[in-house]
Write a protein that binds this ligand. Structure first.
Ligand SMILES: Nc1ncnc2c1ncn2[C@@H]1O[C@H](COP(=O)(O)OP(=O)(O)O)[C@@H](O)[C@H]1O
Ligand SMILES: [Mg+2]
Length: 243
């Protein structure tokens, strides 16, 4: 199995404050990894560090064999790092069609149509809602549109921050199915999820973060049955047990 991403002792944060500290892991190509951790643990900060939108202090980020930790986000995007931040819908007053065309802005002209055709093939819902304003889509549909816009650029690594937040259990299931479909095309996925139970079920591996540091890492099936994880993240919480 080939390596998609290597994090070597990554320390990153904001201003003068390192939040994520000495975080190391390896993601294999085409796998799904869930990043678990309490509120404020530094999960979003780690995703931003991989994409390059916060302060990098030290360590190495090796993407497909190349050091990228000093490259700006657009250079990482060009190389195939796709990031869907938390919160949905970039252009709510524009139709699905217009959103997808916006999403193609970095592609050269001739590539727009095949790129849009490809994501419609992956998510036929987009074709059905072609002229609907994005702001009028359901939460789950907006999330799928956001993923589609990033997938237009054919990333080989997809970073997803809480893609199912605020969705009904059924729509959460749809988002998870979508993530599996994306990974089945060979894309490596790193996902932060509040629905820990649901995310672990579709993941190959899990990373657990506490106070900015790696606390545990392993096959998702093993992390799921670890007593400490069950206690901390798979307890009686209604949202987590919904999936
Ligand atoms: N833009 C920011 N500027 C300064 N500090 C931030 C910023 N975003 C997050 N933080 C701080 O970083 C820590 C981790 O936040 P975050 O990575 O968002 O956690 P998580 O995603 O695990 O809930 C928190 O203490 C938070 O206050
Ligand atoms: Mg977060």
């Amino acid at each position: 199995m080939s390596t998609a991403l290597d994090l070597v002792s990554v320390t990153a944060g904001y201003g003068d404050n390192p939040i994520v500290r000495e975080f190391s892991t390896t993601l294999d190509t085409g796998t799904i990894t869930t990043l678990i951790g309490g509120n404020g643990a530094g999960k979003s900060t780690l995703l931003r560090a991989i994409y390059g939108t916060n302060r990098f202090f030290s360590g190495e980020i090796v993407f497909k064999g190349e050091r990228v930790e000093r490259l700006p986000p657009w250079e990482r995007l060009k190389r195939g790092v796709g990031f869907v931040p938390q919160g949905r819908c970039n252009f709510p007053a524009m139709s699905v069609e217009e959103n997808l065309k916006m999403g193609c802005y970095t592609l050269t002209g001739g590539k727009h149509e095949p790129a849009i055709a490809r994501v419609i093939g992956l998510f036929p819902m987009l074709r059905q809602k072609w002229l609907t304003e994005a702001g009028n889509l359901s939460g789950g549909e907006q999330q799928i549109l956001e993923m589609a816009m990033v997938l237009l650029l054919e990333p080989s690594l997809l970073l997803l921050d809480e893609p199912s937040l605020g969705l009904s259990p059924r729509m959460q299931g749809d988002v998870f199915t979508t993530v599996q479909q994306i990974a089945a095309t060979g894309v490596t996925v790193l996902v932060v999820e509040q629905n820990v139970r649901g995310a672990l079920l579709i993941s190959d591996r899990a990373l657990v973060m506490e106070q900015g540091r790696k606390f545990m890492e392993g096959p998702a099936a093993e992390v799921r049955t670890d007593p400490r994880i069950r206690q901390a993240y798979l307890g009686g919480n209604i949202q987590q047990s919904a999936a």
